[in-house]
Design a protein around this ligand. Sequence first.
Ligand code: HEC
Ligand code: HEC
Ligand code: HEC
Ligand code: HEC
Length: 339
Amino acid sequence: MAALAMHKRSRIATLLFAWAALSLGLVASASASPDSSKVVGPTECAECHKDETAVWKGTHHFTTFRSMPRSDKAREIADKMGIRRLKAESLCLDCHFTSQIVNDKEKPIAGISCESCHSASKDWVKVHSEFSGKKKETESAAEAAARWALAEEKGMIRPKLIYLLAKNCYSCHVVPKEKLVNTGGHPAGSKFDLVSWSQGEVRHNSWYSKGVNKPASTERKRMFYVIGLVVELETALRGIATATESANYAKAMARRADTARKKVAALAKLLPDVKELASIVKFSKSAGLKLNNEGPLTKAAEGVAVEALALSMNYDGSTFGALDKYIPGPDKYKGKPAK
Ligand code: HEC
Ligand code: HEC
Ligand code: HEC
Ligand code: HEC
């Protein structure tokens, strides 16, 4: 009972914290890349997380560090954008690389790495791993809960914080940058869905299962599916809100938002008891998907964000069985999961 009460309290603390971050605009304005002044780099994580690091080294997130700058397509995009050095203070750093501050300058040190997804870790890396200064066996449940709460407060994005995890993926994979798309000819995002893109080459669920790379559970995949769609909607609404010209970017964002809101409306019908989904549908219809509509579109996106966060905290997927036939199966996974 005590453990349950503690668990609930820490969930509520997290929710309040995330709420505060949302209302301060911290989450909404979070850029795709982690705060480079607080990045420790993947080599430090690798000291303890050997298996997860080995998996990461087999992904496009790892290889983009070398391959992207060498590609003809990259040169072409950069030329159109007037960028001479891809790896020096350019927009490309935001999504293709992890950087650290060296001599007051951003220096890329890796591709998309641990901290791109779990957040820059200078303030939490010790906290999360030190068992409250004890041996693992002697740390009490209350101490462990306090340790995790502190790590979250210091910004750690843990696997259970699905909304924040998803926000990160979509902040890069929707490519909400008008000039990059219209002038640079960069793709306006990926055909991304959170289940198939997280369960293929990216999957590294090997820490708690001692090296066995387990797929996400059925319940968790349901949560990934719903939260992914809702975050896609939120991100695309914010994307159109900043559009200034009727060209590829605005069209692509409007298409994404429209598709996502139709899919979310279908989910809301399948799960009529989930009031957060009903609100999201309402918000998604509250603003026209058009240029020069920043105020209403931002408001709609913020409404979606608050409900999405609540959805991610209030459910665990166990009652979402109605979604199972829509959730992509292993044949759709993006890349092969590592053993
Ligand atoms: C000194 C060893 C050590 C280092 C260095 C380390 N970790 Fe960990 N990590 C751990 C331990 C131990 C746990 C599990 C703690 C537990 O079981 O309560 C863990 C758990 C995690 C988890 C799972 C959290 C959860 O909610 O269950 C993530 C994610 C993680 N680490 C990411 C990272 C990242 C990213 C880095 C580098 C920035 C890193 N770790 C560096 C030891 C370490
Ligand atoms: C907002 C995030 C973001 C930014 C900023 C960004 N990229 Fe990308 N880039 C992506 C994503 C996501 C993909 C993968 C798209 C996909 O799924 O195919 C990608 C793919 C690419 C590709 C391969 C796609 C192709 O058409 O072959 C190249 C080359 C590339 N980016 C170059 C650049 C360059 C150069 C810059 C800087 C001028 C840049 N990117 C900035 C997110 C970004
Ligand atoms: C592309 C984003 C991304 C990157 C890069 C990434 N992670 Fe993760 N990590 C996740 C997600 C998402 C999960 C939860 C996956 C799930 O539940 O299927 C996770 C889960 C974990 C876990 C918990 C695993 C378990 O057994 O439950 C650890 C530990 C971890 N990551 C550490 C790392 C380390 C260390 C690195 C760098 C070598 C890294 N991650 C890179 C997104 C990422
Ligand atoms: C910091 C930006 C960033 C974040 C965060 C991010 N990605 Fe990516 N991702 C990229 C870019 C850029 C590429 C393309 C790399 C390339 O091929 O050069 C990519 C490629 C991928 C690929 C390989 C696609 C292929 O072509 O086969 C998968 C799968 C993927 N990402 C999944 C995820 C998932 C799941 C998350 C969140 C848990 C995530 N990504 C978070 C930027 C990001």
